[in-house]
Design a protein around this ligand. Sequence first.
Ligand code: ZN
Length: 459
Amino acid sequence: MDEFHIKLGDEILKCTGDASPLGGVLEYGTQQDWTILPSVDMRATPSGTVNDEVLKRWWKEFQSRWEPNCDAVFLVLHGAMVCESTLDVEGELLQRIRNLPNGANKPIFGVYDLHANFSTSMALHANCLVAYQENPHTDARKSALRAAKLLMRHFNTGQTPSIQLRQLPLIWPPTNTGTAEEPMFLLEKRARELEKEDEHIWAINITAGFAFADTPDTGVSLQVIGTKDATAIFEELETLALSSGKIGALPEPDIESVIPSLREPVDGLTVLVEPSDNIGGGAPGDGTECLRALVTHHIENSAICLNDPEAVQMLANCEKGDTLTLWLGGKGSQLDPGPLKLEVEFVSRSNGRFELENKQSHLASMCGNQFDMGPCAVVRHKNISILLTSNKTAPFDLGQWRSQGIDPETLNVIVVKAAIAHRAAYDPITARSFTVNTSGTCNSDLKRLPYKNLRTNLL
Ligand SMILES: [Zn+2]
């Protein structure tokens, strides 16, 4: 519960117009003269199974503000949350809304992240949920506007769409879900064409799924929203998805095998992408394998960020230039080799708050205009800069570094704990990148994971 930011009632209206999907729908609704009855907003940086207490709290707040005579419900969802008592949180909540007074026929619209594991219950109990169409999610706000406009279409026409769902026998690691590449690129392209061909089709979602949630709904799915049968669309898109299902990211080399390449001179920044410690995927963001490699191989003018509140505290009384020995990172996962003992020089500290440089960034979809990394410190070991944060900070915005006095463009090598979503920020300043395999929790080799609940037909 401590990790959730909670906004209640009118407090939610303060987000109107900000860079988040919530900000987008509030702005649109205000322009359309909707009377908005703000209810509850709860969000956290991705992590493991959520305590039931969180689900109970959301429901208590939502239920207490329920207005049986409202015209519609609009939800800003993610779609891959798992709680102790249910593997399908969104489906459970939608079902409960249906059971509220006058809830049964209430139009339920909304927006969600394409990494949702879309369930039968979600399809059954909502009327129109639209997915982001881009990964990195540069279109989160735009997608919320799309959903809000479809709600307006319902108000204007009196038509109420429904959601048809087809779950595909496919599961992709996050590294295979970028929309600039196959298989997502072609699926998205074709979905947009099909959407235009028939006025009875309101929206088509290509939902890539989230492989690190172990549920019967985990995997790739399609949703068609509209007022006519979607079988033909499902058949075509399923065939397309299955034919490209074997295409995917190449096996990731381990960090040691890319070290010789790091030594080759290159004009500009080299990005070491570490999907196994993907913060946006729920990993701790404190894995030490890449830092160990930078230290061992003396990779000059390099930088890495670790989420390590304990280390930040140890530096609380340091002054610039002080040196001390710290145990860095390796505290968040049993799969990591563990904390790395390192002599470091203290450089700076801050409160860790920064304004997003890119208001369309993936981070904006999560937090709006500003992000709070918690108390931060920058330390240096030889020529390696280490940014230590107190809140996990997905590496989706360069403001994270520049606000701490480090310009990534001047570095030789930077470690990025992400799969795809960092690209919007980093690609423009990247000369080359290597995706490396480490022992973190979000490993792209799904066969290594001890699933218990998956559907049996997944390829
Ligand atoms: Zn996502």
